[in-house]
Design a protein around this ligand. Structure first.
Ligand SMILES: *Cc1c(COP(=O)(O)O)cnc(C)c1O
Length: 393
């Protein structure tokens, strides 16, 4: 019904449902259940729920449904299922699909919890997982074999901002008959067109840019009706990882400003990256929007931007990084991303602390590395703050 709406219109209106009161703002249906007018209608609803009919909030809720339809419309998928967190979305997308004996290929540069699902949980249940260097197509080709059930990757990796060539990896995966599951958090639904590039299932932690104000945990899985309703939904609704109606309302409201926020943050991220490159206290700036990034060309083709995160390495290792972080006044030391507030993270001692040193080194997570999630503050203020932080090294 909303096929020819452009992104910003979809972000404000798509999926809206109004009660008989005609409320302007999306209503929060803070209810676990629904009342059936008759025993017969309860029986009928358990056989098959219609468009505006619900049974239990773990299965679906009107506020949550609005959010699911809005994100599916944005993403260009037939359907979506909202989850309690990004990790409920990642684990649900994989666990609902795979059974013992199946084979999955995944890129190695992953968010710590994603790595735990693939390295620990999946293998415990007899799923074989092959890890590859996600930027090396030859490794994907060698690892994907007929019978490979799925490939999994983060389209832009954390914290070193490596890109996966979604089109090329999807072709390799599809030739082997594998489903392509793309964790698209860093790329954002605004910049990424992962479905058009070949991904089958798109996963977001909505905790990040979609909320955008650091308020609530959430996740969502987008895909075909067949995958969402026949594979994912039975698993999610029975294992309990559904999104709460209150969270859905937060995410719906986050989406209204998502396009404006992501673009403003990416504009500032480019300015920050340019200002940091060549600074005497910095040994390396990693930002896909800079010509110095090894995948700059791919970033421009695949996303049209370098995104909202900038990673850089300061002189003086951990000590240098800590001195800089402790001197920052605007940027906050934390580990979320996609927030209106600029957030500085020291991956080696926080998000990636768990990894052994050799694994950190192979992922490029050096002691001096800092990840910056650029927020909505004035870019000149941010640059001045970072420069005074660097002066403290
Ligand atoms: C944050 C994040 C997740 C997990 O999301 P939660 O909402 O924290 O559960 C998964 N993948 C990526 C790439 C992330 O950044």
């Amino acid at each position: 019904m909303t096929k020819d709406w452009k992104t910003r219109t979809r972000l404000v209106h798509e999926g809206s449902r109004r009660s008989q009161y005609g409320e302007m703002a999306e209503a929060i249906f803070l209810t676990q259940g629904f009342v059936y007018p008759t025993a017969e209608s309860a029986e009928a609803r358990f056989v098959k729920t219609g468009d505006d009919e619900f049974i239990y909030a773990r299965y679906g809720n009107p506020t949550t449904r609005m959010f699911e339809e809005r994100i599916a419309g944005l993403e260009g998928t037939e359907d979506a299922f909202a989850t309690a967190s990004g990790m409920a979305a990642v684990s649900g997308a994989l666990m609902s699909l795979c059974r013992a004996g199946d084979h999955v290929v995944a890129s190695r540069a992953l968010f710590g919890s994603c790595l735990y699902i693939l390295e620990e949980v999946m293998q415990r249940y007899g799923v074989k997982v092959t890890f590859v260097d996600g930027t090396d197509l030859a490794q994907w080709r060698a690892a994907c074999a007929p019978g490979t059930k799925a490939v999994f990757f983060e389209s832009m990796s954390n914290p070193t901002l490596e890109l996966i060539d979604i089109k090329a990896v999807s072709e390799i995966a599809h030739a082997a008959g594998a489903l392509v599951i793309c964790d698209n958090v860093f790329a954002t639904p605004i910049f990424s067109d992962a479905v058009a590039q070949g991904a089958d299932v798109i996963v977001y932690s909505t905790t990040k840019h979609i909320d955008g104000q650091g308020r609530a945990l959430g996740g969502v899985v987008c895909g075909t009706t067949d995958y969402i309703r026949k594979t994912l939904e039975p698993y999610m609704k029975h294992t309990g990882g559904s999104m709460s109606p209150f969270t859905s309302w937060i995410m719906l409201n986050g989406m209204a400003t998502l396009d404006l926020r992501c673009r403003a943050m990416a504009d500032s991220a480019l300015k920050v990256a340019q200002a940091l490159e060549g600074h005497p206290q910095i040994t390396k700036v990693i930002y896909p929007g800079l010509a110095s990034h090894p995948q700059h060309q791919l970033a421009m083709e695949q996303l049209g931007t370098g995104g909202t995160l900038v990673t850089f390495e300061v002189k003086g290792g951990k000590d240098g990084a800590f001195r800089m972080l402790n001197a920052l006044e605007i940027a906050k030391i934390s580990n979320n991303l996609g927030d209106a507030k600029t957030i500085a993270t020291h991956p080696a001692t926080t998000t990636h602390q768990r990894l052994p040193d050799d694994q950190k080194a192979s992922l490029g997570i050096t002691p001096g590395l800092v990840r910056l999630s650029v927020g909505l503050e004035d870019a000149d203020d941010l640059i001045a703050d970072l420069k005074q932080g660097l002066a403290a090294i």
